[in-house]
Design a protein around this ligand. Structure first.
Ligand code: HGY
Ligand code: MN
Ligand code: MN
Ligand code: MN
Length: 411
């Protein structure tokens, strides 16, 4: 089916550049940590802009935002699409927000054409997809899906000791809607690939068939603070040097389970933090991923066993706690096929692939038929202020999104 409705890539691009001002960093990136003042600013912009487009905006009790365009059949379940507006501490202009603004562009295109869909259409901003300030990632799509406990998430704190619940209230986005009360006919998320495959293969569209599993581990290494000048090397219980071995263990385990397995130590603390005191305490936050659930379990086991060896060898204690695991997911074939058909109808070079990055669509796939669309980003770089994509590719992704939604509406 073809409606010949064409999105406006220039308008999408200018909206992307307009919203990049919220949390803009001197190096051209974006810092819009969840529930920060910058997040509030872009949320306020999103609400005002959606209402100006005639969409009814609702917010649930954990800050998820839903902007709905009515269909001719109000009893029909809504077709949903969107992504997230929060970013990494040193993030880019496209991660998350492209999926939200492409959805807005689809709504604007339908409005201009006076086109009425049968199903209501709902554009979503999921709260705290990044998990950079409050763990875990994909938090509020996870609560919406019933996989993460809301009270536990609200009680979580950031490194300054502020709780998620307090910050949600502070920015005014603890909404009246019961979390999870609305369910959708389908959900489609457009996102930059955040990896190198599409660009390397000169493909415009990634037809995403699933996503790899993720496990997050928090660690505390306890040795003994002592004097840097008087403590002989053999007597030291140096938590920093143990941390160095832990970092290399993460890399070694990832390589052992490679090429699909990956492991990262992205955050660490060294205490008390003085050049002439041997660190008695270090903490770390680790991220392991693998497309296979059993391999992911084996990676975690191999790493924790290695930590025990390091602890024994250095006379320190290493406590490792799993704080989050999201198993690998497969997207719904109907949605995958709708995305693939939409790419073909636009004569766009496309390929099927799984997602290396986590996305809200992972949790939503447990509540309704779900799929994703990828577009390339420069050198596959993301979670980086230099993240970039082209106007043409963002426009192509938005066009595929609109056409996929219209295909789903016709069935
Ligand atoms: O961590 C992830 O994969 C996502 O970008 N939050
Ligand atoms: Mn993202
Ligand atoms: Mn991200
Ligand atoms: Mn996402």
């Amino acid at each position: 089916m073809s409606t010949n409705l064409k999105i406006n890539p220039e308008r999408l691009w200018s909206t992307l550049m307009e919203t990049a001002q919220y949390g803009a960093t001197p190096k051209g990136g974006v810092r819009r940590l969840t529930l920060s003042d910058e997040d509030k600013m872009v949320r306020d912009w999103f609400k005002t802009t959606c209402e100006a487009a005639g969409l009814a905006v609702s917010v649930d009790a954990i800050g998820n935002m839903f902007a709905t365009r009515p269909g001719t059949d109000p009893s029909a379940p809504a077709i949903a699409f969107g992504s997230h507006l929060d970013t990494q501490p040193a993030g880019g202009k496209f991660d998350g927000i492209l999926g939200v603004l492409a959805g807005l562009e689809a709504m604007r295109t339908l409005n201009e054409a006076g086109y009425e869909t049968t199903h209501p259409l709902t554009l979503v901003n999921w709260t705290n997809e990044e998990g950079a300030r409050f763990a875990p990632a994909m938090m509020c799509s996870g609560v919406y899906a019933g996989d993460l406990d809301m009270a536990t998430m609200l009680a979580g704190t950031d490194r300054d000791g502020k709780s998620f619940g307090e910050e949600l209230e502070r920015i005014g986005y603890k909404g009246p809607e019961t979390v999870g009360e609305r369910r959708f006919k389908a959900f489609v998320e457009l996102h930059i690939e955040q990896g190198p495959i599409l660009e390397a293969e000169e493909k415009t569209i990634g037809v995403v068939t699933g996503g790899q599993g993720i496990v997050w581990l928090d660690g505390v290494i306890t040795g003994r603070d002592s004097h840097a000048g008087t403590t002989p090397m053999p007597m030291r219980r140096d938590a920093m040097n143990a941390l160095a071995e832990v970092a290399l263990a993460i890399e070694a385990v990832a390589l052992e389970f490679g090429p699909a397995g990956v492991g990262t130590l992205g955050e660490a603390l060294v205490l008390p933090g003085s050049r002439n005191t041997i660190p008695g305490t270090t903490t770390f936050k680790a991220d392991f991923r693998h497309p296979d659930a059993e391999a992911l379990t084996a990676m975690e086991a191999a790493f924790t066993a290695r930590c025990r060896e390091i602890a024994d060898g250095r006379k320190v204690e290493i406590d490792v706690t799993r704080i989050w695991r999201k198993d690998p997911i497969a997207f719904n074939s109907t949605i995958v096929e709708a995305v693939e058909a939409a790419a073909a109808a636009n004569a766009l070079p496309a390929r099927r692939m799984i997602s290396g990055a986590g996305h809200d669509a992972f949790y939503i796939s447990g509540t309704c038929p779900t799929g994703m669309i990828f577009v390339p980003c420069w050198e596959g770089v993301s979670h980086n202020e230099e993240e970039s994509a082209t106007e043409a590719d963002c426009g192509a992704g938005a066009q595929v999104l609109l056409d996929a939604l219209l295909r789903l509406d016709a069935n």
